[in-house]
Design a protein around this ligand. Structure first.
Ligand code: ZN
Length: 194
């Protein structure tokens, strides 16, 4: 088990990056959605700034206001509703579509190639611009050929979504190392108890 999975096992608040797309990973900043309280992984503006970096969207800490954090969560919940709707073939949530479209209409940060021509840098990234990138990724995903590969983790207690890119379309868990091995352990215990 690598450091990432160990952290996820031990720390409910650790960010999850198992979705396969940045827009899917963004929905994972809200975890254990069935539980009261659920897990809010971006409780403060600084957490959203940290998520942008850990998600690979930014290489610097961008300023995040309290109101941007609130609308970021709105975008997140809208993406989640639409993606979950896809997984379970539920009717479209029009309000969620409006929220995603509003963000996708905004400009993502400009990019530039570094002087040596080897690396990409963002030009003055803002939280709003980065959220626009997330929303655009969500639109590309939901309207693209991989939308039917969206899944919810098979664990009853895990609400993470992911893109199943396995050839046989047979991935069952958000992460084999976390939910997959929890399931394996539970089965083992059941057998041992008999
Ligand atoms: Zn899971």
């Amino acid at each position: 088990m690598n450091r990432y999975h160990r952290a996820v096992f031990q720390d409910e608040a650790a960010f999850r990056f198992v979705g396969g797309r940045v827009s899917v990973d963004f929905t994972a900043t809200h975890g254990l959605r069935w539980r009261d309280p659920s897990v809010e992984r971006i409780p403060a503006p600084a957490d959203l700034a940290r998520w942008f970096i850990e998600a690979g969207l930014a290489d610097i800490t961008v300023p995040v206001s309290a109101s941007t954090l609130r609308s970021a969560r709105d975008l997140r919940e809208a993406l989640y509703r639409l993606m979950r709707g896809r997984v379970f073939q539920e009717p479209l949530d029009r309000r969620a579509i409006d929220v995603v479209n509003r963000w996708a209409a905004k400009a993502p940060p400009a990019v530039r190639l570094t002087a040596d021509g080897l690396a990409k840098r963002l030009v003055e990234p803002t939280a709003g611009g980065l959220l626009a990138s997330v929303a655009r990724d969500g639109v590309d995903l939901l309207a693209g050929p991989h939308a039917n590969r969206l899944r919810k983790c098979s664990s009853d207690t895990c609400t993470l979504l992911y893109l199943d890119t396995s050839r046989a379309s047979s991935r069952r868990w958000c992460s084999m190392e976390v939910c997959g091995s929890r399931d394996k352990m539970a089965r083992y215990r059941q057998r041992a108890a008999v």
